[in-house]
Design a protein around this ligand. Structure first.
Ligand code: PEP
Ligand code: MN
Length: 353
């Protein structure tokens, strides 16, 4: 950390800063330039990060050298983290292809959608049982019944499942059913929730809040990592903007930015980022081209009847066409789509042979 002092700082003020630094068990290296005097702090930077040194008279600026997200940073771990979701790998050259409806609605619909996305090459099944809705009057999800349907459908089709948890009090319940927790954009800074999933060892898909900076996202990931759960996958899902042309503003540059700052995998969600089926393919491919470790897409077999986010859902055929392109791009980029388990029917067929 470097402390930049104000022009005209007095010797007493400099002494005071040096004393404060030394009282924290660190060494201070004073450097008097022609225009500015700076103090370099030598020792464990974490000890001073929490100190309000900028409030000391004569201090102009406190410049940290290390990022505050210690565990999530690339400095902490230069090699990429590979998160294993019940056998499906995400990160370090492996792509997570997450697809499914916004909400779990009923068993038959879930079964049809899962069969279609599996055939198209998806390796993880999504579906919300607890839905974070802007309106309290909008569909809130099936709750535990939805978790059961999602679990059964995933098992039948050999697809590990991803589902959202919104409330720290429900972590235990969702834990019993899911292979990966999703923390939605609206809950990215629900610190109690982050701490709670951090205390498990189940993978977490952490979505970027709609007004969150890249640093905010990494600080939220840090909450989970600091509890001991290192299985975190980040997700860029668009941020709020002035322009109503798309539901959110897809920040594709966040992908290589995060890869430069962190070892954690980062996937893209063009469904929530754009809110428009016609834009999803271009943004999915752009995300992969930018280095994303996976793509999260909402698929519904009858969007006009969907209980949430129907207008942004891809039809199974549209998803299949996009999946072909994503697979071709993955090959070009030398990425592997980690295979999921064969479906139960395929397993039985194999055993009968
Ligand atoms: C979702 O995945 O259905 C969802 C609500 O996403 P987000 O939290 O990104 O809005
Ligand atoms: Mn949705």
């Amino acid at each position: 950390m470097i402390i930049v002092l104000k022009p005209g700082v007095t010797d007493e003020q400099i002494d005071h800063v040096v004393q404060r630094v030394e009282s924290l068990g660190l060494r201070a290296h004073l450097s008097r330039g022609t225009y500015r005097t700076i103090i370099g702090i030598i020792g464990d930077e974490a000890k001073v990060q929490a100190e309000p040194l900028a409030a000391i008279a004569g201090v102009a600026q406190v410049v940290p050298i290390l990022p505050p997200y210690k565990l999530a940073s690339i400095e902490a771990q230069p090699q990429p983290t590979i998160v294993d979701v019940a056998g499906v790998k995400i990160g370090g050259g492996y792509l997570g292809m997450i697809a499914g409806p916004c909400a779990v609605e009923n068993a038959q619909r879930m079964d049809e959608i899962a069969g279609a996305i599996k055939a198209a090459g998806a390796n993880l099944l999504r579906g919300g049982a607890f839905k974070p809705r802007t309106s309290p009057y909008a569909y809130q999800g099936m709750g535990e019944e939805g978790l059961k349907i999602l679990r059964d459908t995933g098992d039948k089709h050999g697809l590990p499942i991803v589902t959202e948890v919104m409330d720290p009090r429900r972590v235990e319940l969702v834990y019993r059913y899911t292979d990966m927790f999703q923390i939605g954009a609206r809950n990215m800074q629900n610190f109690n929730l982050l701490t709670e999933v951090g205390q498990t060892r189940k993978p977490v898909l952490l979505k970027r809040g709609m007004s969150a900076t890249v640093k905010d996202l990494l600080m939220s990931a840090e909450y989970i990592l600091s509890e001991g759960n290192s299985n975190v996958v980040l997700c860029e899902r668009g941020v709020k903007s002035f322009d109503p042309a798309t539901r959110n503003l897809f920040d594709v540059a966040a992908v290589p930015t995060l890869h430069g700052l962190s070892h954690l995998p980062i996937i893209v969600d063009p469904s929530h980022a754009t809110g428009r089926p016609d834009l999803i393919p271009a943004c999915a491919l752009a995300g992969l081209a930018a280095g994303a470790d996976g793509v999260h897409i909402e698929v519904h077999n009858c969007p006009e009847e969907a209980l949430s986010d129907g207008a942004q859902a891809l039809l199974p055929d549209q998803y299949a066409a996009l999946a072909l392109q994503m697979r071709a791009l993955a090959e070009l980029l030398d990425k592997t789509i980690s295979p999921s388990q064969p479906s139960r029917a395929a397993q039985l067929q194999g055993a009968a042979r």
